[in-house]
Design a protein around this ligand. Structure first.
Ligand code: HEM
Length: 411
C-alpha cells in the first residue's frame, strides 16, 4: 500500500549476531535486512538498545552526508554495536563533526592528495619488488598474507606516517589487537593505550623519521607535529588522528587478501586481467565494490533532530547505521549487483564511505591494491592455492574480514 508521509509503526528489531563468515560470502543477515525494507532496526552483540539501519544507496549517501546526524554524539551513547571495545582517543576523526572534523582532517590532507600519494609510488614499488623477489627466491609454496599482504601495506603506511622500520612489528601487533574483538575489550584497550603513548613520543620528536626526499610534503607525523606547534590541534588530537591513519592503513591487507582469493578462485577472471591490463583499473574498482570489507556495520550516527529517512522518522537522539556494503549491492544503481563485472561503468561504489568521513586513505589503498594485484598477475607464473580452498581460514572475531593465510604455489 502506498502511503503519504512517514510511517506510523516501526519495523521489528532484528538481532544481528557476530558471524564468522567464509570467503567473500555476503552476510545472510544483512541480505535478509535488505529484503525486509530500506530502513529497519537492528540489535548488535555489544552496547545497549537498538539502532536504525539504512541500506539503499541514495539513503545511505543522504544519511552519511547530512549534518543533522552526528558522530560526536556517538561517544555519549552506549550504542548497540559489533565491537566490544569502543572508547575512542580524543581527536579520532571518526568521532568528530564539522567544524572540528574539518580542522583535524585539514592537518593531514597534504599527505593524501594525488601528488602526496603518488610520491610514494616509486618507493612502494621498490619495497614490493624486494618482498616478491624474496618469495620467488625461496620458491613455492608461500603464505602471501604473511610474506606480502601484511608487510607491504604496513611498510607503505609507516612510510606515509614516518614510523621507523625497527618499530614497525610492534605497531603492527598493536593494530591487530585494536582491530580484533577476539581477545576481548581489555586487550584492545591496552594496545590502544600503548600505541597512543608511542605516537605521542614520535610527535614530540617532530616526525620525519623516514626522511622526506622531495622536501614538499612531510610525513603524517611531521604534518601533525607542525599543526601542534602552530596551535591548530592539540597533541591529544594529533595522536588520535595518527592512530586512526595507522590503523586504517592496514585495512588493505584484508581487502587485497579478499581480492587474491577472488582471483585465485576465478581463473577465467585472472586470465582476462593478465591478458588485458587496460581492464585492470575498472576490475579493481569493481572488486572494491563487491568485497564485503567488514563484518556487520561500522560506526553509527546520532540524529540531532527528527529526520525522515525512507519513510520513517528517526527521532532526535536515536542512532542510525548506514551499510556501505548493502548500498554497493543496490540493484537500482548496480545492475546484477551480486556479479563481478570487471568492466562495470559507471561504478560509483561507496566502499570508502561517503560525505565528510569519506576515507582519506582511498588513494593510497587504490595504489597499494594496484601494485599488489599487478604483482600477483605479472610476477607469479600460474599462481594457485597450495591447499584445498575449503581449508583456508578466515579471521575470526574480526571487524574487517579477510583470509588468515593465503598459502599459494606457482609453477
Ligand atoms: C581497501 C582499503 C580501505 C577501505 C575499504 C576503507 C574504507 C573506509 C571506510 C568505509 C571509512 C568510513 C567512512 C565513514 O565513517 O562513514 C573509512 C574511514 C577512514 N579510513 Fe579507510 N579504508 C581503506 C584504507 C584506508 C587506508 C589505507 C587508510 C590510511 C592510510 C585509511 C584511513 C582511514 C581514516 C583515517 C578514516 C576515518 C575518516 C573520518 O572519519 O574522517 N583507510 N575507510
Amino acid at each position: 500500500m502506498l502511503k503519504d508521509g512517514p510511517a506510523t509503526s516501526r519495523p521489528p528489531v532484528t538481532h544481528w549476531p557476530a558471524l564468522d563468515l567464509d570467503g567473500v560470502d555476503f552476510d545472510p543477515v544483512l541480505a535478509e535486512l535488505m529484503r525486509a525494507g530500506p530502513i529497519t532496526r537492528i540489535k548488535l552483540p555489544n552496547g545497549s538498545g537498538w539502532a536504525w539501519l539504512v541500506c539503499r544507496y541514495d539513503d545511505v549517501r543522504m544519511v552519511a552526508n547530512d549534518p543533522r546526524f552526528s558522530r560526536k554524539l556517538v561517544m555519549e551513547h552506549d550504542v548497540t554495536r559489533l565491537a566490544p571495545h569502543f572508547i575512542p582517543a580524543p581527536g579520532a576523526v571518526s568521532f568528530e563533526d564539522p567544524p572540528d572534523h574539518t580542522r583535524l582532517r585539514r592537518t593531514i590532507a597534504a599527505a593524501f592528495t594525488t601528488a602526496g600519494v603518488e610520491r610514494l609510488r616509486t618507493r612502494a614499488q621498490r619495497m614490493l619488488d624486494e618482498l616478491v623477489d624474496a618469495i620467488l627466491r625461496d620458491g613455492p609454496p608461500a603464505d602471501l598474507t604473511e610474506r606480502l599482504l601484511a608487510p607491504f601495506p604496513l611498510a607503505v603506511v609507516c612510510e606515509l606516517m614516518g614510523i621507523p622500520a625497527e618499530d614497525r612489528p610492534e605497531v603492527h601487533e598493536w593494530t591487530t589487537m585494536i582491530l580484533s574483538s577476539a581477545q576481548g575489550a581489555e586487550r584492545s584497550e591496552q594496545a590502544k593505550t600503548r600505541m597512543c603513548a608511542y605516537l605521542g613520543e614520535r610527535l614530540r620528536a617532530g616526525g620525519g623519521a623516514t626522511g622526506d626526499d622531495d622536501g614538499e610534503v612531510g610525513d603524517v607525523i611531521g604534518l601533525l607535529a607542525r599543526a601542534v606547534e602552530t596551535g591548530e590541534v592539540t597533541e591529544e588530537e594529533a595522536v588520535g588522528v595518527a592512530l586512526l591513519v595507522q590503523i586504517g592503513g592496514e585495512a588493505v591487507t584484508n581487502n587485497v587478501g579478499n581480492m587474491v582469493y577472488i582471483l585465485l578462485t576465478r581463473p577465467e577472471l585472472m586470465d582476462k586481467l593478465r591478458a588485458t591490463p587496460d581492464l585492470r583499473p575498472s576490475a579493481l574498482n569493481e572488486l572494491l565494490r563487491y568485497i564485503p570489507h567488514r563484518n556487520s556495520v561500522g560506526l553509527s550516527r546520532i540524529a540531532l533532530e527528527d529526520v525522515e529517512v525512507a519513510g520513517q522518522v528517526i527521532r532526535a537522539g536515536e542512532a542510525v547505521y548506514v551499510s556501505y556494503l548493502a548500498a554497493n549491492r543496490d540493484p537500482e544503481v548496480f545492475p546484477e549487483p551480486d556479479e563481478i563485472l570487471p568492466d562495470r561503468t559507471p561504478n560509483a561504489h561507496v566502499s570508502f564511505g561517503y560525505g565528510p568521513h569519506f576515507c582519506p586513505g582511498n588513494m593510497l589503498a587504490r595504489l597499494e591494491s594496484e601494485l599488489l594485484v599487478n604483482a600477483l598477475l605479472d610476477r607469479f607464473p600460474d599462481p594457485r592455492f597450495a591447499v584445498p580452498v575449503e581449508e583456508l581460514g578466515w579471521r575470526p572475531g574480526a571487524l574487517i574480514r579477510g583470509p588468515e593465510a593465503l598459502p599459494v604455489t606457482w609453477s
